[in-house]
Design a protein around this ligand. Sequence first.
Ligand code: MN
Length: 130
Amino acid sequence: MTGPLILIVEDNPRNLKLVRDILGFAGYRTLEAQNAEDGLDLAGRHLPDLILMDVQLPGMDGDEALRRLRESARTRDIPVIALTAFAMQNDRDRLLAEGFQGYMVKPISVPDFADQVGQFIHAGAAGREP
Ligand code: MN
């Protein structure tokens, strides 16, 4: 099976496992990192189709990781979706203004999660067509 490759950057082991299991069950391939530094390394080496980025990470946070992904010619076009516990509208607006392609609010909706990810992948692929 060669489903789309998704990089999950999430420091909470239970959330990471949940997201990985949902996506794996839906036929996606996944890469996992529990901090931004490892996530950036995996992104540069594997060029995933989509990155799910926890905003609150120990050390380098998700916002800074997004900036670094955008600074690199190799990774700047990879769609990055924020995983966030921030649910207020101004927080969501801030994430989009910073350059995240979208956001998913935690706790995630298990029945809808894979479909939502699929929509982000479809939108990202469409955005990259010549
Ligand atoms: Mn976190």
